[in-house]
Design a protein. Structure first.
Length: 545
């Protein structure tokens, strides 16, 4: 069923007036006849609304730093904060030689009440000594959780002293959970830290091969990056480092030599991509390895950038071979998936990326959105000059980066760069809205109430979500596909990943489980009511009676 402005208004009418005004700016019905459709994003969630967002610590340690495998990531804070970052994101990694992979460990300073009262700096310094002695890692990060900022521990000073003492790259990230409106702030803090302290520390001056690239914003969830690397290696690319899935300090420190940076997740890593361009002259290409068509387009764009006839030919050969392998496997799943509809609500990139893969399988996305992305992820980077920084975003300063006098190189001539920009997404991302069909809903920071209401209207066949929001649709009798950690499955990227995804969602559609669940709104009366603005006297009277 389609939705119109009146129906949207009815959903929003349940909110108090101020909340309604706020939420209205975060939801739009796609209408390509309008030249510009603006959406509000990256602002504070309204207190009382149950959001699916995470915190700055989750974005910094959990998302960007955590997957770097040859470093020990110390969590300075109470043990609970560390426990929930303990590989729950499924960012897989294999040890390189020499065997340095510490991802299975959960390293925390385990702050106790006395540390909160008297300060935790000494405990942190002792912890670093222990980590160096026991693990001998290539580098160490320290991430702060909320209490650290509240009591004022100077983790930067502790890191500096430890760096001098041990002669190791030891860096601190002041990413206390409250530092921003979501995990997005933590991405920015981590990007700044990696750029300032690690990238460029290596002594390489030249790339090791003709086609050396970095993959940015790919975290190897369920092995995604391994599938992408398999395809790229077959074509002949040399991957210097993946940021940060299966990545390592040892490779990251020489990331400056790449001739091209691929950006998979724009939200979490666009800061490093633009800083690498300014400092070393390396352009970035927006890529998408989710979906068969998107993967093919990405491979062709990459070959186009390098402009080498042999590489272009090899790219086409690999595409042909891969398609021949997967097409017969996809066929039965396509039959099950045909003419279905989906909600696609994920954190910051996947809400967009998975729409193409769904479409190829015959599933139409009727609602999509991001938990914490910014307006440019919805509307495209052209909007960037118009975004006004608010107090929350100013909290995380942009690093000042200048061209490196020795290492800055133009990777391709300026005119060719300008020419390519007309055809391929070089240094650009056009955002999600542009790809959405008319009449579909775009919603930022979708909450539980809105989830239920939109489900009642659209009755989607599948809901792609995260762990926090998947239970509501399930209780309403709708299959879910967890698109954050893939619920023990994957990889979903590249050619073979598309087959895995098709198999998993086809299983979701085909299972008879959902026939045994009657959603409450099908056989029970619904409580109708509105929330009134509170006036001081009414509340007091009600309490008194
Ligand atoms: Fe990027 Fe991600 Fe995402 Fe993200 Fe995340 Fe994630 Fe995500 Mo969960 S980095 S924005 S902070 S693609 S953990 S691997 S799935 S919300 S859509």
């Amino acid at each position: 069923m389609a939705i119109n402005e009146k129906m949207l208004e009815e959903i929003l009418n349940k909110y108090p007036a101020k909340v309604k005004r706020n939420r209205k700016k975060h939801i739009l019905i796609r209408d390509s006849a309008q030249e510009i459709q603006e959406i509000e994003a990256n602002t504070r969630t309204i207190p009382g609304i149950i959001t699916n967002r995470g915190c700055a610590f989750a974005g910094c340690k959990g998302v960007v730093l955590g997957p770097l495998k040859d470093m020990v990531h110390i969590v300075h804070g109470p043990i609970g904060c560390a426990y929930y970052s303990w590989l729950t994101r499924r960012n897989k990694a294999r040890a390189d030689e020499p065997k340095q992979n510490f991802l299975a460990y959960c390293v925390s300073t385990d702050m106790q009440e006395s540390d909160i009262v008297f300060g935790g700096e000494k405990k942190l310094a002792r912890m670093i000594d222990e980590v160096v002695e026991i693990f001998k890692p290539n580098a160490i990060t320290i991430s702060a959780t909320c209490p650290v900022g509240l009591i004022g521990d100077d983790i930067q000073a502790v890191a500096r002293a430890a760096r001098a003492k041990h002669g190791l790259n030891i860096t601190a990230y002041s990413c206390e959970g409250y530092k921003g409106v979501s995990q997005s702030a933590g991405h920015h803090i981590a990007n700044n830290g990696l750029m300032e302290n690690i990238i460029g520390e290596g002594d390489w001056e030249e790339p090791p091969s003709k086609y050396t690239i970095n993959i940015l914003g790919e975290y190897n969830i369920g092995g995604d990056s391994w599938e992408v690397e398999r395809i790229l290696n077959e074509i002949g690319y040399e991957i210097q480092v993946v940021m940060t899935g299966n990545g390592s300090y040892e490779k990251l420190k020489n990331a400056h030599v790449a001739q091209l940076n691929l950006v998979q997740c724009h939200r979490s890593i666009n800061y490093i991509a633009t800083m690498l361009e300014t400092k070393y002259g390396t352009p970035w290409l927006k890529v998408n390895f989710i979906g068969i068509r998107a993967t093919i387009e990405t491979l062709r764009n990459m070959a186009r950038y390098f402009g080498d006839e042999a590489l272009i030919k090899r790219t086409e050969e690999v595409i042909e071979k891969e398609l021949a392998e997967i097409e017969p496997q996809l066929e039965p799943y396509r039959k099950i998936c045909a003419n279905k509809t989906a909600f696609c609500f994920v954190g910051g990139s996947r809400g967009h990326h998975y729409q193409g893969l769904y479409e190829e399988l015959g599933v139409t996305t009727v609602l999509a959105g991001y938990e914490f992305a910014h307006r440019d992820d919805y509307e495209g980077r052209d909007i960037l000059p118009n975004i006004k920084a608010d107090a929350d975003s100013k909290n995380i300063p942009d690093l000042h980066v200048a061209p490196d006098e020795r290492r800055y190189r133009l990777k391709i001539p300026v005119e060719r760069m300008e020419e390519l920009k007309q055809d391929i997404p070089l240094n650009n991302y056009k955002g999600m809205i542009d790809d959405m069909a008319d009449g579909s809903i775009v919603v930022d920071d979708l909450n539980h109430y809105e989830t239920e209401e939109f489900i009642k209207i659209f009755k989607p066949d599948i809901f792609s979500s995260g762990i926090k929001d998947k239970y509501i649709p399930q209780k309403m009798g709708i299959p879910t596909k967890q698109l954050h950690n893939y619920d023990y499955s994957g990889p979903y990227a590249g050619f073979r990943g598309a087959v895995n995804f098709a198999r998993d969602i086809a299983m979701g559609f085909a299972t008879p489980t959902w026939n045994f669940i009657v959603p409450p709104w099908k056989d029970q009366p619904l409580l109708e009511g509105t929330i009134e603005n509170c006036t001081a006297n009414t509340c007091v009277e009600e309490v008194a009676t």
